[in-house]
Design a protein around this ligand. Sequence first.
Ligand code: ZN
Length: 153
Amino acid sequence: MLDTSEIKELYQEVILDHNRNPRNFGEIENYTHHARGHNPLCGDQLDLFLIIENDVIQEVKFKGSGCAISKASASIMTTILKGKTANEAKKIFDEFHKIITVNSDNSNENINIGKLAVFAGVREFPARVKCASLAWHTLLNALENSSNNVTTE
Ligand code: ZN
């Protein structure tokens, strides 16, 4: 059971906002990269579409269904990725992954993860870590241009 403060920590306003109004929600017809992610523990699933030219992410959209955390994470991720190279995206994910899994505030300040910091609260809830990271695991798979389905298990 979550107590009130824990719920507050998990569902910060920015998460609620992105859940209600997900950014970049939809499909890209002429995508260059695509992957599908699935988190069977929670039932989250999403399709991620990207247009990558000269190693720079030009366009990114997602569609799918899931809990507030998985949806908000995917939405916020898409707002961060445009203009980034594949390597930059991977570095951001490394930082994000530390924030949601490691109980430490000494994150790498050289990388500005901005709004992703709101997900720090999920580290207390291992099942929610998978919700928060699903979009990113799907992204890594898309960057490899693999057609395999992603699962968090
Ligand atoms: Zn979920």
